[in-house]
Design a protein around this ligand. Sequence first.
Ligand code: TXA
Ligand code: MG
Length: 321
Amino acid sequence: MTQPVAASAETCREAGIRLKRGELVAFPTETVYGLGGNACESQAVAAIFAAKGRPAFNPLIVHVADLAMAQTLTVFSDAARVLAARFWPGPLTLVLPRREATGLSDLVSAGLPSVAIRMPAHPVARAILLAAGCPVAAPSANPSGRISPTSAAHVADGLGNRVAMIVDGGPCAVGVESTVLDLSGDSPRVLRPGGVTADEIAAVLGCPVDYAPAPVSGGALLSPGLMTSHYAPGLPVRLNAVEAAPGEALLGFGAVPGATLNLSPNGDTTEAAANLFAMLRALDTCAYRGIAVSPIPVAGLGIAINDRLMRAAAPRPDGQG
Ligand code: TXA
Ligand code: MG
C-alpha cells in the first residue's frame, strides 16, 4: 500500500524520474489528482488503464510542462495559440490534431487522429512534469466511474495498491476536471465542461462555442470517454432536492437549513466546485441510503458541477446501486 509523500523539490524530482522510467505516479493538479504515466511508453499507458479499470477505447489527456512540448506533439491553430496564451497553465484541455512520429503511444489517444493536451497550473504538477521531461498521460487518479480525487488521501483510498508513488500537494483548488475543448473540427466544441467556462472561451475567441457534452443517458457519445454514469458514489444520488427524504443525507448549496453538509452556504459555485468531490465522498457511507443534492445554478463553475452531478445520478450500466 503506497502512502502519500509530501511534495518537496526532492520528491518532485523523484516523481519525475519514476515517470520517465515508466512507473505510475499520482500527483496533484489544480483540478483533481492525476494518475500519471509516461505518454511515450505504451506499457505505462496500459498500466494506467489497468489500474483504473478504464475501458481501453477511452483516450487520456497528455500533460506537458511547456508550450514547446505541446507544439511538438500537436498542430496548433490560431485559436489554439490564443487560448493557450490566455488559459495556460490552467484548467483547459485542447483536443488538437496529432503530429506524425512524435513518439507518443498510440494507446494514449485510443487510436484517434487527435490528442487532448493540457498544461496544468499547480506548481507541484509543473515541477514533476519538468523533472520528467516527457509528456505525461494522466486521467483522474480514481477507479474508473467513481468520484475523482481532490486529496492525496482520496488517491490512496482508491488506488493505493496500484501506484509507485503518491505526491501530496494538499487539496485541489478548482475541484472539478479541466474543460475539454475540441479544436480539431470546423468549430470549437466543449466536450466536457470544467474549470474554464464556454463563455470565457467564447469571449477570448470572439466567436460562439458549441456546448456539446455527451448526453447523460442514452444517445451516441460525442467524446469516446464521456460515459453516462461517472463520478458516481456508491449511494444513489437525487438531484434538485428541496429536503432530504428519510434516511437520505442532504448536500446543500446556499442557505439550506438542515443540510448534512453544504457545498457553499453563501451560494458560491467556485467554492462549491472545490468542495464537491470531497463532500460526496464524505456522505457516501452506510449511515445513509442515498444522497440528495440541492439545486445548483447553471452558471460559472455550476455548469461543470451540474454535469458531474447528472452523471453521478445517471442509471448505472451494471445495474448496481
Ligand atoms: O482536470 C483534468 O483534466 C484531469 C487532471 C488529472 O489533469 N485529467 C482528466 O483526464 O480528467 P481524463 O483522462 O480522465 O479525461 C479525459 C477526457 C475524457 O473525457 C476523454 O474522452 C477526453 O478527455 N479526451 C481525451 N482525448 C480525447 C480526444 N483525442 N478526443 C476527444 N476527447 C478526448
Ligand atoms: Mg476521471
